[in-house]
Write a protein that binds this ligand. Structure first.
Ligand code: PEP
Ligand code: MN
Length: 264
């Protein structure tokens, strides 16, 4: 179902009028890694909206490497996301980590993110396949393109055709960056599949200074969108501060990718 052989035309997904996929302008999702407080979320949401982001990202349930790290605000975080949506009009992208909290996250989110660590959580994929919400499926840390597309297939085979793929970097021998952005995955996936493919340059690199160059490269190569972490006080962020852009840097990034997408 995810294959171009089955469905030659590009799938275009519409989230409250924002179109993702095909020949549409790149769709930009931005916001903090984690929702931390009302003040934090609203400050960032207003700033990214002002710079032209279409969708608001923010994690309420966080898949952290250490059990002692901040785990997210849970449903309280989802309520804050809804508040930010009411104020800014930006639809919400947030991660769903497990089948137990699925219905709760589904109530608030416009796009349900399945994170890299859960790309092969088959019960979760099947549950997402029975939802009527759009699913943002991230590539697993060491998943091949074929495995990635098979995970999309799990969702689609349960009846949900609305899947957006996200390349977010893969594990390689290189340790200077957090992951290695597999830029070639974008044109390859566009050959193999009709689904929209976006890039997460923040998790791909782990370093804020390389987020803008990777974003430019992704748009130049034809990605359908980006998902970017932004924080007004990255040094105080409860997660992923090192890769978060300050609002003014995000604004500069938006200007440079607009120039590139106008050339495409
Ligand atoms: C995130 O989006 O904050 C996240 C945890 O992403 P990934 O699953 O790609 O690591
Ligand atoms: Mn993050």
């Amino acid at each position: 179902l995810a294959s171009r052989l089955f469905h030659p035309e590009d799938t275009v997904i519409d989230i409250e009028g924002h179109k993702i996929g095909g020949k549409n302008k790149p769709c930009i999702m931005a916001g903090p890694c984690s929702v931390e407080s009302e003040d934090q979320l609203l400050t960032i949401a207003r700033a990214v909206k002002e710079s032209g982001a279409q969708l608001l990202r923010g994690g309420a349930y966080k898949p952290r490497t250490s059990p002692y790290s901040f785990q997210g605000l849970g449903e309280e975080g989802l309520k804050l996301l809804l508040k930010a949506k009411e104020e800014t009009g930006m639809p919400i992208v947030t991660e769903v980590m497990d089948t137990e909290t699925f219905e709760t996250v589904e109530k608030y989110a416009d796009i349900l993110q399945i994170g890299a660590r859960n790309m092969q959580n088959f019960p979760l994929l099947k549950k997402a396949g029975r939802s009527n919400k759009v699913i943002l499926l991230k590539r697993g840390l060491s998943a091949t393109i074929e495995e990635f597309l098979m995970s999309a297939e799990y969702i689609m085979s349960e009846g949900n055709p609305n899947v957006i793929l996200c390349e977010r970097g893969i594990r390689t021998f290189e340790t200077y960056t957090r992951n290695t952005l597999d830029i070639s995955a974008i044109p390859i996936i566009q050959e193999l599949s009709h689904l929209p493919i976006i890039v997460d340059p923040s998790h791909a690199t782990g370093k804020w200074s390389t987020v803008e160059p990777l974003s430019k490269a992704s748009i130049a190569i034809g990605a359908h969108g980006l998902i970017i972490e932004v924080h007004h006080e990255p040094e105080l962020a409860l997660s992923d501060g090192a890769q978060s852009l300050k609002p003014e840097k995000f604004n500069r990034l938006m200007n440079s990718i607009t120039k590139i997408s106008n050339m495409n």
